[in-house]
Design a protein around this ligand. Sequence first.
Ligand SMILES: [Mg+2]
Length: 240
Amino acid sequence: MADTYPELAHVTDWVFDLDNTLYPARTVFPEIDRRMTQFVAGYLGIDEEAALAIQKDYYARHGTTLKGMMDAHGMAPGGFLFHVHEVDLSGVPRCDLLAGSIARLEGRKYIYTNGSKRHADRMATHLGIDHLLDGLTGIEDTRYHPKPDLRSYMAFCDTHGVDPDRAVFFDDMSRNLRPAHELGFTTVLVRSHDRPPGEPERACHRPDGGEAAPHVHYVTTDLAAFLERAAAWKKPNGKE
Ligand SMILES: [Mg+2]
């Protein structure tokens, strides 16, 4: 357990992935997935079973179903993005502890997602953190290059004037942290919402065992607690 965060000493910008990082994706992803299948089936004029196979194939080969549909079929992205993310958010739990800890962080805060900007905006409002953010980046803002494509991160940094050497990046997928680390971000793997049964909540630990990866600086299974401690540690009378 790390009591201090040496890699955060210089951080002025806090960059958060959205799905499964700031809320449990299982609360809306089955519905988003279903709506993707529906859209692909309708667009290509095929049944949903065939559409699901295409969806999975494009996700694996193009990074997102959307990118596959754009590359392989010349589909315009707007209708797809609107349709798939237009889900009921009432089942998504709000976490006051997380909102409070984000509020206490000094510096700029961003959401950076492979989903649509509208999805990020709706979810941030639902979670009660929209007013705490300095910006949102959706897939439209990265020319539809999804994480972990390096071009996506560069578009994010350009848009907001974020210097990776002064920023920390939170994501629930280790593979998305690799390019961030290459660019100079401090990286945190967030496992708040897919903690294996029986594993205790830990605000912060170093990667170990199966998580061992040189591009991951910290792992947390309790993001709110991680941020709470980071905010306290970075106060002017702290060790900054
Ligand atoms: Mg995610």
